[in-house]
Design a protein around this ligand. Structure first.
Ligand code: SF4
Length: 95
């Protein structure tokens, strides 16, 4: 091992909650995205799994407490790009 302890995966339910809060804060409507086939069950599972690998999970809760709404997830968010893509694809369908 190279000086850094091995990363442990976070608790699944904790990360489901963090993702739910993050999508709410950033107005990323995953339910509509799912209904519109913008988001698959596998995508959702990948998002949760990705979140479980996040080194920033403790800070994430603080960030969420301080940001009721935000345009985008914080730079540290491993799902930031995906949330932004979902939002863009979903809003593109609303026309
Ligand atoms: S910042 Fe990390 S812990 Fe928070 S939602 Fe994004 S990936 Fe999950």
């Amino acid at each position: 091992m190279k000086g850094k302890t091995m990363h442990q995966l976070g608790d699944t339910m904790k990360h489901v909650r963090l993702v739910a809060r993050m999508t709410r804060a950033t107005a990323t409507d995953v339910v509509t995205a799912y209904d519109n086939d913008v988001l698959s069950s596998q995508d959702w599972a990948d998002i949760i799994q990705n979140c479980r690998h996040c080194d920033w999970a403790d800070r994430c809760e603080e960030w969420l407490d301080a940001h009721e709404t935000a345009k985008r997830a914080p730079r540290q968010c491993r799902n930031r790009k995906r949330f932004t893509e979902i939002k863009a694809l979903d809003s593109g369908r609303a026309d």
